[in-house]
Write a protein that binds this ligand. Structure first.
Ligand code: NAD
Ligand code: ZN
Length: 402
């Protein structure tokens, strides 16, 4: 199954395309198909990277299922990954092909990078603001299937374009990414572990540390104990929370959650009354911080309504159904509760993510406990099955099948 690009000399001669294997989603909810896909050379400010490891995040699953999201197919999903700008030495004379596009100065073949679904151009008012990571140019766009430079895809099968996903499309041996969506990291960091920093871990960790900002001794509730929610728990542990209450509909989550410092577990299904009332009773009026990591609108409302009046702060992280509407009584705000939301835990990918990798290298942040499964690229559909069944946390997909 594994290919060694370039395979097709004719295409090689005309356009420095790579022929590689990618997992293509042809239809919503149908198993991905490993196909030979042509990957075009990078254009200005783009980099063609060799993906070494990728994992599956629930956002991939939502858009693949397309139940509450705009369908866009065929598409190459994947956004949580690690790789390296490629350098290919072909058997043809004088043909060493670098995959770093015009204007890219800070990356070279062999560097280690984490692709990120939301970018940092470093020039717009958001990138210059200390508050925001919502870059004007490269902020997350779930409905775009093309690259910004020319509005076209870099992937095709016999001339048929295949859509990108989140500007990353990491379910492919090679992918083209805007340089502003690539964090250059410590080359000694193990890519099969730090790949989960490229989405889930940073998102949950940052939602707690950068957005909710719990004070030492706070009580923190986390809704949804998948990898994102447990990374939020990891943030609460690092911030010195006195109690971490995990809320999940899946009772099997609690065992794993204990390893992340979760002290109490609440399953909304076990109670007659709304879970926000259960939490208020457990905590003498409400929690200091609630972090929602489910994507479910009712969990979002409960997360807001379970924070203490006067000082409570809730943070929404889950990606909602596109038509979902948040409803709560305005008095909940007047009573001095705060509601916030965040993409990617408010981290700026290029500026901040190398430091999150350093937190792991210094053993301040633990990653091994998130890594519950490992599959070969040819078995990528197994990773989808596991997430659909709610089994395990992160499944690492190794692109090198050998
Ligand atoms: P996951 O599927 O591994 O975990 C989600 C957990 O939520 C599951 O354990 C599930 O049982 C639980 N859950 C679902 N509905 C619930 C409810 N009503 N009440 C309590 N628990 C409930 O998913 P993940 O990969 O950890 O992602 C979590 C969410 O974060 C998803 O919505 C994903 O799309 C989103 N996400 C957001 C960002 C961002 O930047 N904002 C980034 C990555 C992921
Ligand atoms: Zn993600």
């Amino acid at each position: 199954m594994k290919s060694t690009p370039p395979q097709d000399v004719e295409i090689w001669n005309v356009g420095r395309f790579y022929i590689n294997m990618a997992a293509v989603a042809w239809e919503a909810g149908k198993p991905l198909v490993i196909e030979q896909v042509e990957v075009a050379p990078p254009q200005a400010m783009e980099v063609r990277i060799n993906v070494k490891y990728t994992s599956l995040c629930h956002t991939d699953l939502y858009f693949w299922e397309s139940k509450g999201q705009t369908p866009l197919f065929p598409r190459i999903f994947g956004h949580e990954a690690a790789g390296s700008p490629s350098l290919i030495v072909s058997s043809k004379p004088n043909s060493i092909v670098e995959s770093v596009g015009e204007g890219v100065t800070e990356l070279k073949p062999g560097d280690h990078v984490l692709p990120v679904f939301t970018g940092e151009c470093k020039e717009c008012r958001h990138c210059k603001s200390e508050e925001s990571n919502m870059c004007d140019l490269l902020r997350i766009n779930t409905d775009r299937g093309v690259m910004l430079n020319d509005g076209k895809s870099r992937f095709s099968i016999k001339g048929q374009p295949i859509n990108h996903f989140l500007g990353t499309s990491t379910f492919s041996e090679y992918t083209v990414v805007h340089v502003g969506c690539l964090a250059k990291i410590n080359p000694s960091a193990p890519l099969d572990k730090v790949c989960i920093i490229s989405c889930g871990v940073s998102t949950g960790l940052g939602a707690t540390l950068n957005v909710a900002k719990p004070k030492r001794g706070s009580i923190v509730a986390v809704f949804g104990l998948g990898a994102v929610g447990l990374a939020a728990c990891e943030g609460a542990r690092i911030a010195g929370a006195s109690k971490i209450i995990g809320v999940d509909l899946n009772p099997n989550r609690f065992e794993d959650a204990k390893k992340f410092g979760v002290t109490d577990f609440v399953n909304p299904k076990d109670h007659q009354k709304p879970v926000q009332e259960v939490l208020a009773e457990m905590t003498d009026g409400g929690v200091e911080n609630a972090i929602e990591c489910t994507g479910n609108i009712n969990a979002m409302i409960s997360a807001f309504e379970c924070v203490h009046d006067g000082w409570g702060v809730a943070v929404l992280v889950g990606v909602p159904h596109k038509d979902a509407v948040f409803m709560t009584k305005p008095i909940n705000f007047l009573n001095e509760r705060t509601l916030k939301g965040t993409f990617f835990g408010n981290y700026k990918p290029r500026t901040d993510i190398p430091n999150v990798v350093e937190m792991y290298m210094k053993k301040e942040l633990e990653l091994d406990k998130f890594l519950t499964h490992r599959v070969k690229f040819s078995e990528i559909n197994k990773a989808f099955d596991l997430m659909v069944k709610g089994e395990g946390l992160r499944c690492i997909i190794s692109m090198d099948d050998d």
